[in-house]
Design a protein around this ligand. Sequence first.
Ligand code: SF4
Length: 450
Amino acid sequence: MPELKETAFDAFLAALKRLDYTGYAEQYPPFGSWEDLGGKGRELLAAWRRSFRLTREAGLFVNVPFCRSRCRFCFLPVTAIGSSGPVRKRSFARYLSALDREAGLYSGIFRNIRMSTLYIGGGTPSLMTPGETLEFFALLRRRFKIPRGCQVVLELHPDDVTDEKLSAYKTCGVSRVCIGVQSMDEKVLDANSRRQGLGRVAAAHAALKAHGINGVNIDLICGLPGQAKASFLRDLASVIALRPDQVHLNTFINTPYTLHAIAGGRSGDERAVEAVRSEGFRLLAEAGYRKVDSDSMGLTPESRNRQTMDLSGKRSVLGLGPGAVSRAFGAARYINRAGWPSWLARASRGVCPAEKGVFCGPAEEMIYSALTKFTDEQAVDLAGFRRQHGKSFTEAFPEQTRLLKEAGARLSGGIFRLPANQWGLIRRLFYQPEVIKRGLSNIVKTSAKR
Ligand code: SF4
């Protein structure tokens, strides 16, 4: 078993994080420890069958890999296709056809599963025309059970809002929209090659409300290249004035995959950025917003994105499209090939496009649950843990319980609470030896390639 002392473990976590290009919430086993899963389509279907014996609660995530152009701060593997013209049209025709084939790989084993959430992310899903949008939803509804009451969320660029598109969203049951605003400062947008009509955000928000799409989340990014504190806070004040249901304050993450990093650009001071973001959360609280998760605040509990809410819960997510991540509860996590050409080459032939992943079991779900709760809330509700996993926390983790108590954790009223956020410590206590071993091996392999 690899034994890493505290400082070495912190360096290991930092290196592991640098391997993560998914942009998704941290998983367990962590992304950096995943292995090559190419050609394991059958094993993945078997993992889903095992998972359905543990839970039948599932959501569907679909990634749309296209954007009109690529923003310099973005680390996602998107393909720029413009907002109109033959390249855009041809790209969506090929995408929809390949997506249908990929969905067909799963539709049989999902035939008795009712999706509780559908999240359409990207990329820029709102680049689809109204006709393509109707086709997109029709294929998903043909392949999966998407009942009334399923929360349907779509990511939207403010420049894409037209009456025809909003009518199509309404027809297709979209109940919540995430507007990717990121910044409203012309200089910041220019510095990041982001094309976005200024003043479009308020119009987009008003149009959504007028079409009865009441769940609106607005995303901003703090710490963007060229962005001063005053600029970020000015953007936030403009957003608060609109009163969207939820506001998401992301931090700029300068992974090796951003155009900014590729051109040799650096990120700002992490602590200073975090201080500005904290001030943003304070302003949101003053305006009546309440904490939803570590990155967002909302006006009502209904404003939440149910797919990402409480990821430590007993639920699965099937991911389709390039770079989509799947979680088969108690059985597997995996990611599709992220590049558009390599996903297309497989999905269009009906070959499973999964690239990396890990098979796991209920033990990993208990660890994931503990890590998520200690990270987000600094506490684990012991009765809730037993309800979810059928096992007592202290029996599942006797050694960790002892060491957490030594670190100042206290048990009171059925809640096991840490005195502060101890992100590194809890990972050092809970990460399994084989996860550390695989992570170290991936770190070595990746640095040998660079
Ligand atoms: S930030 Fe959004 S619009 Fe810009 S490249 Fe990334 S996904 Fe596309």
